[in-house]
Design a protein around this ligand. Structure first.
Ligand code: ATP
Length: 268
């Protein structure tokens, strides 16, 4: 339908096994997983359902992956919508979309309702009146829906942003997005673990020293490391090799560095 039509229901087979280098973060969301697995048990004990979890971190650090993994671990449906879906030409459509989206989520509870590019929705309402009426209406509808969670609907909202400063303060009050989880660039150990995840299902030489690769990739996100492993596989194919070897990985890494330099206009 028109309202909330772009919300996707995804059956996620993603688990905590697919996300690495973020052990503390997994611990933080475990409570949400446990709630979703058995909401009744929580509610019978008078425990408040977790309402909103805000995932903050640079692009490619695994925010979407984490939200999917929470749904996968709990075995519940995962509904996904991008913040940009609420930016509408016509006043009121954004708010109607929000309403429709929560309606669908409630029908399928327990579930995860994931909002990507959340800064697009929760823009700081400025006193200067610069925001459109529509953006204010959309946020207000979102707040209304989340405040309605007092009756424990079994819908856990997870939202991702890489610009937390752009969010409306009203969104992070208790009962709304009262849990904020930060995803950061992985450290050496984290990068080594993420590389382990992304070598799965690939033909890799047993002799590869992945710690060495991890040391050479400071500043890389999980998405960058995934790209590196994929680029290495592609190189192997191109060069007619049957295995991903360490030199191939370093060659792929060199290519990536060259491309990045290219973005700064440096001649190669
Ligand atoms: P964006 O802000 O650009 O949407 P994001 O933080 O949501 O980024 P994801 O889309 O979750 O990042 O990450 C992209 C891909 O990078 C994932 O599907 C996964 O393959 C890989 N990836 C990112 N972080 C990790 C991680 N911690 N462990 C394993 N893989 C990761």
């Amino acid at each position: 339908g028109l309202h909330g039509g772009k919300m996707e229901r995804i059956k996620t087979g993603t688990t905590f096994n697919d996300i690495a280098g973020v052990d503390e973060v997994k611990d933080e969301v475990m409570e949400v997983v446990q709630f979703l697995r058995n909401p009744r048990r929580f509610l019978d004990l008078g425990a408040r359902s977790p309402s909103g979890v805000l995932l903050v971190g640079p692009p490619g650090t695994g925010k979407t992956l984490l939200a999917r993994a929470v749904a996968g671990e709990a075995g519940v449906p995962f509904f996904s919508v991008a913040g940009s879906e609420f930016e509408e030409m016509y006043v009121g459509v954004g708010a109607a979309r929000v309403r429709g989206m929560f309606e669908q989520a409630r029908k399928n509870a327990p579930c995860i309702l994931f909002m990507d590019e959340f800064d697009g929705v929760g823009k700081q309402r400025s006193a200067t009146g610069q925001e459109s009426d529509d953006s204010v209406q959309t946020i207000n509808q979102l707040l209304t829906e989340m405040d309605g969670f007092d009756d424990n609907t079994g819908v856990v909202v997870m939202a991702a942003t890489n610009r937390p400063a752009a969010l409306d303060n009203a969104l992070t009050r208790p009962g709304r997005f009262d849990r904020v989880i930060h995803l950061t660039l992985p450290n050496l150990e984290g990068r080594a673990q993420i590389l382990e995840v992304h070598k799965r299902g690939k033909r890799v030489d047993e002799d590869i020293d992945f710690r060495k690769v991890a040391r050479a990739t400071a500043g890389f996100t999980g998405a960058d490391l995934m790209n590196l492993m994929n680029a290495s596989a592609v190189l192997a194919v191109r060069q007619g090799q049957t295995l991903i070897t360490e030199p191939l990985i370093f060659q792929a890494l060199e290519n990536i560095h060259q491309e990045r330099m290219g973005h700064f206009g440096t001649a190669s």
